[in-house]
Design a protein around this ligand. Structure first.
Ligand SMILES: Nc1ncnc2c1ncn2[C@@H]1O[C@H](COP(=O)(O)OP(=O)(O)OP(=O)(O)O)[C@@H](O)[C@H]1O
Ligand SMILES: [Mg+2]
Length: 252
């Protein structure tokens, strides 16, 4: 169990210089408390990845502020663990080396990173594959490996950009159920970008819906469901009402 940190967006805005200049984000305000799993949904191109990159300090927003644990992280990487939209596994490195890469970059000594990764391989469905090449893994295994790499980065906030985007619906469901279990005893804050409304409602404590570009938050909805959740919960009236609200905000 690790401690999470709060994330604060205060009037966050971003315009890419271009050409063409693109206004990607406009006045994003939100406070995500420590330990919350917050899903972010919105139309393609509305600035979701831009929001995560700004939070990761990899992109300096042109307006507003983003803080992690009270620290201004604009233009300052190293405060969060980011899983980018593509899994970016290194094909020339074996599973274990891929798993430990982010932790190593974050300064975790090699042996410690390997020991922690070894200890988690089973839970991430990769036991016995430590010496395999990424190319020999299934799509679901690759996604779990990318998640393991992110998970091992010792940071209080995890940013996951469409972590299941490349998977078919059935594998996705399995992965969501699995992620919920992995998450159950991890106290970190998570921002999860997804296109899938059911996925957002199934996994998150709260769903933020963004407008089309320039992205703003048009709905901030708590998910009134106890844990552990099952897919059966998705058909409960309270959840169906939530889904209706999210879909209405997505297509006003
Ligand atoms: N490096 C860049 N330079 C210029 N424009 C960019 C750059 N990156 C993104 N954009 C533009 O900014 C807007 C927001 O992009 P972003 O990738 O944040 O959207 P997104 O919500 O993550 O989309 P998707 O759901 O398709 O992943 C888009 O119109 C995109 O074309
Ligand atoms: Mg994106």
């Amino acid at each position: 169990m690790s401690a999470g940190a709060p994330v604060l967006f205060d009037g966050l805005a971003h315009e890419y210089a271009g050409p063409p200049a693109v206004r990607a984000l406009e006045r994003v305000d939100a406070e995500i408390p420590a330990g919350q799993l917050c899903a972010i949904v919105g139309p393609s191109g509305c600035g979701k990845s831009t929001l995560l990159l700004a939070t990761a300090g990899l992109l300096r927003p042109t307006g507003g502020v983003v803080t992690v644990g009270g620290t201004d992280v604009r233009g300052r990487p190293g405060h969060v663990a980011l899983q980018p939209q593509r899994d970016l596994l290194m094909p020339w490195r074996r599973v274990l080396a891929n798993a430990t890469l982010g932790a190593r970059v974050a300064g975790v000594p090699r042996e410690e990173a390997r020991r922690r990764a070894q200890g988690l391989l089973g839970r991430f469905g990769l036991a016995g594959f430590e010496r395999a090449w990424p190319s020999s893994l299934s799509g679901g295994m690759r996604q779990r490996l990318a998640l393991l790499r992110t998970f091992l980065v010792p940071r209080p906030v995890l940013l996951l950009d469409e972590p299941f985007g490349a998977l078919d619906a059935i594998t996705r469901r399995d992965m969501q159920a699995w992620l919920q279990e992995v998450w159950a005893d991890d106290g970190r804050t998570v921002l999860l970008v997804t296109h899938d409304v059911d996925e957002a409602l199934f996994l998150a404590d709260r769903v933020l819906v963004m407008s089309a570009r320039p992205g703003r938050i048009v709905l901030d909805l708590p998910v009134p469901l106890a844990r552990p959740r099952t897919t059966r919960h998705l058909t409960e009236p309270a959840l169906v009402a939530c889904k209706r609200e999210v879909l209405a905000a997505l297509a006003p």
